[in-house]
Design a protein around this ligand. Structure first.
Ligand SMILES: [Zn+2]
Length: 243
């Protein structure tokens, strides 16, 4: 688990790593220069201009107190159900960037299927649209649904995986809510179906090894798609950003 070190080391550690692997000078952009390329297809960089542009008013709202410098843009590879290799992209908090790249690399190498990994901005940051499309993502500056509290996705320290097949269910004003509604058939976790996350599977084990907790283990809310850092870490970030 690296997150404590990452919190302390932060940007400095990332930049130091980038310098260590920096190639001979050539015509690459500043964003590319900052990449930590441990293996082709898996990179961490600061948020490139064109991505930050795309995030405006969508996943990165005007009232977002998290500075751009504290976020990271990740490129990862993943396999779909047919075993094809696809490229994915995510934005997350720098605290978890290395952990997420490690997790997605291990999932890829094991052939663990992930349908798609696109930025929330491809869906105008509309969570339901993203979940219905079975998208996997991390950062989205938004409230926890049916509350006024910024979600851990808003901090970039929560990840939703294969969302259609791993829905979330909770009770709101006495009524059962399913997110996304199209995920209802997959709430029966006794069934066998593709993309299902279960306790003890590779996805679950990797996230837990890296210090995340799983929403599928919660009692009142069941959020099978959701992995997040525990409150003691996120509270420190909330305090840092006064949110
Ligand atoms: Zn989530």
């Amino acid at each position: 688990m690296k997150m404590t070190a990452m919190l302390a080391g932060g940007l400095g550690a990332v930049l130091a790593a980038a310098v260590a692997v920096s190639p001979a000078p050539c015509a690459i952009s500043a964003a590319e220069e900052a990449e930590v390329t441990e293996e082709a297809g898996f990179t961490i960089s600061e948020i490139p201009d064109e991505i930050f542009e795309k995030m405006q008013g969508k996943s990165y709202r005007e009232d977002c107190p998290i500075p751009r410098e504290d976020l990271r843009y990740l490129r990862v590879l993943h396999k779909n159900l047919e075993g094809e290799t696809l490229e994915g992209e995510l934005v997350c908090h720098e605290t978890v960037a290395e952990d997420l790249v490690d997790i997605f690399r291990e999932l890829y190498e094991a052939g663990y299927p992930i349908g798609k990994i696109k930025l929330a901005d491809e869906y105008d940051a509309v969570d339901e649209a993203m979940m219905t499309d079975n998208n996997t993502s991390c950062f989205n500056f938004r409230f926890i649904s049916h509350t006024t509290k910024i979600s851990k996705h808003g901090l970039g320290v929560a990840v939703d995986i294969n969302t259609l097949y791993n829905p979330c269910t909770k009770t709101v004003d006495g009524e059962r809510v399913i997110e996304p509604p199209a995920g209802e058939p997959y709430l029966d976790r006794g069934q066998d179906f593709p993309y299902k996350i279960v306790e003890g599977d590779l996805c679950y084990n990797l996230f837990l090894e890296h210090g995340f907790i799983w929403g599928g283990n919660w009692i009142n809310v069941k959020d099978y798609q959701h992995f997040e850092l525990p409150d003691e870490v996120s509270d420190e970030l909330r305090a840092r950003y006064e949110m």
